[in-house]
Ligand binder design. Structure first.
Ligand code: SF4
Length: 348
């Protein structure tokens, strides 16, 4: 069976070079072609000896991801890609451009998927509606960044694993892909520019704390009591808030990094002053940031976005309680913006 070079790290490429009888520096060249130059064909690696390339092609290849559909938001150029994998499955990747203080678009962020579909069943999320198929390979995780870069005028310098799927359920592949993103001879994206978002898998959060990665951990919280969160996120029954907060504190202690909590504001569900007070109390002793995200209307779920006044009031309550809080800039609101929407539409 042929193996995808995009799923291999430097050490594994070193083993290939030993096996094929070429010096170790060839492995470094190979790694550079695969991840830095992002070539799609072994024959493009022109500084590798022809014989080495021929031997490589007998057992290795570079996986190919096709851009099947593309939507561009008119107001901010956010681009949502529907990507087709080699087995015909589809996933979503979103490319976003942010402005610096001088209003120049100088950095691109890509939001990538970690699984085909998702089994976590969060009720506000379109991804869960079409079920779970499989984990993505390391090459498929990395390949999304390359696909996004190929259509971006600006270098992709930030990666968020917030697309389809629960990244920590694909733990080994995600951690390996993050190390490849990080590698200075590869994509060279700093750990602080990589975010993993989880719905709150307690054992995996503890495990991630031991990996020695200086990335950003984001927790999808969305409810500040077990009753509210439990209605929105089935995972809360298995790992209730007390356990989740304990795991987050452990993560902060082990890594020295703040945790980010994502809180989608939904009218009549979790956006009242009382909800804000619950949230402030819950996070009082956690070194964290809170991102408030006024929900995008997901047709299937029918949630309502709170008014601007309600959002501001919620934020002020948290500020008074000493919580670091931001309202997340919305991106691509005139395209299918919530995770899973583009894919679920294409499946219909
Ligand atoms: S919000 Fe994330 S974890 Fe929850 S169903 Fe959607 S993709 Fe899965």
């Amino acid at each position: 069976m042929v193996q995808d070079l995009r799923s291999l790290n430097m050490e594994e490429m070193g083993i290939i070079s030993d096996k094929l009888g070429v010096p170790r520096y060839r492995a470094q060249q190979l790694f550079h072609w695969v991840f830095y130059k992002a070539v799609s064909d072994i024959d493009q690696m022109t500084n590798l000896p022809k014989l080495f390339r021929m031997s490589l092609k007998e057992s290795y290849y570079i996986s190919n991801i096709l851009v099947k559909n593309k939507q561009v938001a008119s107001q901010d150029n956010t681009t949502k890609l529907l990507l087709q994998l080699e087995d015909g499955e589809t996933i979503e990747t979103v490319l976003m451009n942010y402005e610096n203080r001088n209003h120049q678009r100088d950095r691109a962020t890509v939001c990538i998927s970690s699984q085909v579909g998702c089994k976590m069943g969060c009720v506000f999320c379109a991804t869960g509606l079409s079920g779970w198929k499989r984990n993505l390979t390391v090459g498929e995780i990395i390949g999304q960044i390359m696909a996004a870069q190929s259509i971006s005028q600006i270098a992709v310098r930030n990666v968020v694993l917030m697309g389809m799927g629960e990244p920590l359920l694909n733990f080994d592949n995600v951690v390996k892909a993050v190390r490849l993103m990080n590698h200075e001879d590869g994509l060279d994206i700093g750990g602080r520019r990589i975010t993993i978002s989880t719905c709150g898998l307690v054992p995996q959060i503890m495990k991630l704390a031991e990996e020695g990665l200086s990335l950003v951990l984001a927790i999808s919280l969305h409810g500040a009591t077990d009753s509210v969160r439990g209605e929105l996120m089935p995972i809360n029954a298995k790992y209730p808030l007390k356990e989740l907060i304990k795991a987050c504190k452990y993560y902060v202690e082990k890594t020295g990094r703040r945790v980010t909590f994502e809180y989608a504001l939904m009218k009549n569900i979790n956006s009242s002053v009382k909800d804000a007070e619950h949230l402030g109390r819950l996070l009082a002793a956690v070194n964290c940031n809170v991102n408030l995200i006024p929900i995008n209307p997901v047709v299937e779920a029918g949630f309502i976005r709170p008014s601007v006044q309600e959002i501001d009031r919620f934020k002020k309550v948290l500020e008074v309680m000493g919580v670091n809080v931001n309202i997340r800039e919305e991106k691509g609101t005139d395209i299918d913006a919530a995770c899973g929407q583009l894919r679920s539409r294409s499946l219909k």
